[in-house]
Design a protein around this ligand. Structure first.
Ligand code: 3HC
Length: 295
């Protein structure tokens, strides 16, 4: 624990619910805001399942799981986060939406509250500019699945104060994570390197260099990656990857960030990966089989 007492989380999709879970498990009173009760119930179910898995594996005591669940609260009212020491934002990669939430909270929160965005590719500076606390805005970028992945990128923008950066770094450590410092440059460290790799894997399939399972197998067995790139794309979400690639392409104007046509077609067809049941693989069968990509 740090001097942070109460934690707020905006958005409880895959990333937001993972962040809320690790904050509650680390001992923080955590309040999560999302737009409907249906969304929270799904998030709470996912958190319960994940905590149960950690108990089953002996990584968490059953009493600690129960205590973590008691520390978690959900709301639809953004203002309920006003007394938090840190608010972490994990809503859709849409700057207008993020900034509307930040400017609302900026009016309500006390001067101590720091605002941390889990954005993968938008600039932190663009969010800091929407508030009157630009020195207390920072990036805290987590990785999926949040309860298992060790890394957090702590992103300092031009306006972030030394004190805010230090508090955010210490907070990430108190969650049991390994933080690294990154500059506020679209994609930070990981996505700057990962996104072109994932897009190149799609291009390799488009060009017939290898089949979907062979591209995956090659990178798993040839480079020791835990998942092949196409399995990882299904895991992260093709829609999410498409949005990140578009943002990075707009920022850098480099073709390596341009989303390949196959990715766009798949997103338009609703093949967004595991969450929709189909992406490069079809998850309606067990084990999943390669999906028909119409190539
Ligand atoms: N909570 C608790 N347990 C979980 C879990 C979760 N959220 N997710 C998976 N597990 C459990 C599984 O149930 C499984 O349990 P079991 O052994 O009893 O079946 C165990 O963890 C291991 O999972 P798997 O059998 O699926 O096998 P792996 O050994 O492959 O581990 C993994 C899973 C850690 C996800 C590993 O495959 C991995 O590291 N994959 C790469 C993930 C990655 O690269 N993430 C980053 C994505 S990029 C990103 O997030 C940035 C964004 O901006 C795009």
């Amino acid at each position: 624990m740090t001097d942070t007492g109460r934690v707020g989380v905006l958005g409880c999709g895959l990333m937001g619910s993972g962040i809320a879970q690790v904050a509650a498990a680390a001992g923080y009173e955590t309040i999560v805001r999302d737009v409907s009760q249906e969304i929270w119930e799904r998030a709470r179910g996912g958190i319960e399942k994940s905590l149960a898995k950690l108990v089953e594996k002996g990584k968490l005591a059953a009493t600690d799981r129960d205590a973590a669940l008691k520390r978690l609260a959900f709301t639809t009212t953004t203002g309920d986060l006003k007394d938090c020491d840190i608010v972490l934002e994990a809503v859709t990669e849409d700057l207008v939406l993020k900034n509307a939430l930040w400017s609302e909270l900026d009016r309500l929160c006390g001067p101590r509250t720091i605002f941390a965005s889990n954005t993968s590719s938008l600039t932190i500076a663009a969010m800091a500019a929407a508030t009157r606390r630009a020195d207390r805005v920072v990036g805290l970028h987590f990785f999926n699945p949040v309860p298992l992945m060790q890394l957090v990128e702590v992103v300092r923008t031009v306006t972030t104060s030394e004190e805010t950066f230090g508090r955010a770094f210490a907070f990430a450590k108190s969650l049991g994570k390994e933080p690294v410092a990154a500059k506020d440059s679209s994609g930070f460290i990981v996505n700057l390197l990962l996104v072109p790799y994932l897009l190149d894997a799609i291009r390799a399939v488009e060009r017939g260099v290898g089949s979907v399972p062979d591209v995956d197998k090659a990178m798993q067995l040839g480079c020791g990656h835990p998942m092949g790139p196409l399995t990882l794309l299904d895991f992260v979400g093709l829609d999410t990857t498409y949005r990140i690639a578009e943002i990075m392409f707009t920022e850098y104007r480099e073709t390596r960030y341009a989303p390949p046509p196959l990715l766009k077609r798949m997103v338009l067809a609703g093949m967004t990966g595991r969450k929709s049941g189909k992406g490069f693989y079809d998850y309606s069968v067990n084990p999943p089989r390669v999906a028909d990509l119409g190539l």
